[in-house]
Design a protein around this ligand. Sequence first.
Ligand SMILES: [Zn+2]
Length: 88
Amino acid sequence: MFGLSITKILFTAAVIFAVLYGWKWLGRIQAQRNAQGGRMGRKRRRTVGRARAETTKTEDMVRCPTCGDYVPAERPRHCGRQDCPYPG
Ligand SMILES: [Zn+2]
């Protein structure tokens, strides 16, 4: 009847099962990859953020009362004028 033999029916069922399980398996692999990628991406972002924070360190400046130039507050330099309060 309809030219369907038991082998054809079994083969068709096997193909359907293979496709369904293959689909599930691919989905699982994709989910694992996404989880790993997310973790790595986060780590990379954190490292980049730290590097950027190190390179953009700011320094407080103070105004020299003699010449008006701004010098680093932690280690001010003598500007060359006689009455400069900072050490040479
Ligand atoms: Zn000065």
